[in-house]
Write a protein that binds this ligand. Sequence first.
Ligand code: CA
Length: 241
Amino acid sequence: MSKKEKKRILIVEDESDLRKTLKYNFKEQGYKVNTAADGPTGLEKARAKNPDLIILDLMLPGMDGLSLVRALRQESDTPVLMLTARSSEMDKIIGLESGADDYLTKPFSLGELLARVRALLRRSDRMAVRNVLASGGVELDLISRRAQIQGRPLELSPKEFNLLAELMRHERAVLSRDLLLNRVWGYDYMGDTRTVDVHVRWLREKIEADPAHPTLIQTVRGVGYRFDSGSPDLDQQDDEE
Ligand code: CA
């Protein structure tokens, strides 16, 4: 085990009782904790304190959690766990599409929150150390930009590589065509979202066992795409350590 530094968590939550409870409990668990009670302060502290993870309430005064995470994603990959009192499916999709990494509906148990936070931190540690995305037999080395499938070299165009990396980085989250277009092609790209569909088709031909019945890159009708290898969660395997 490498030497452990205390991880810093930023809690952005306007309900003061919940904010204090979370702060107390995360400190008890050995984390450094910063807090903010509204959106603008949350964004300011996210920039100033450089936290390892942000717990972000959806409904906040000043600037809601979605706007905050969108603003943050322009400049950082800090894992964000979104809290919300609303539980409809659409909210879940919006939450993940916005760039949040995970999502928890209030009321939640503290144990559940701690487990999710630990899982997100482990995931970001692994990515920081290895700079490799690996799932479902697909492996992307983000530094050398080499791709492999089942251990064999996989030829991808730069756009295909970036699109697959974006999907794998947020495994199991549904990403909309607009979001993928913005992240992979850039905000100033003049093409439309069919560009995304075309590149997904090309990717499927390269990585799916049966491109007509894709299992890795799944279409979520009316919304977008999701990468899901269906393999057991690595984070759960880590619990065996
Ligand atoms: Ca709130």
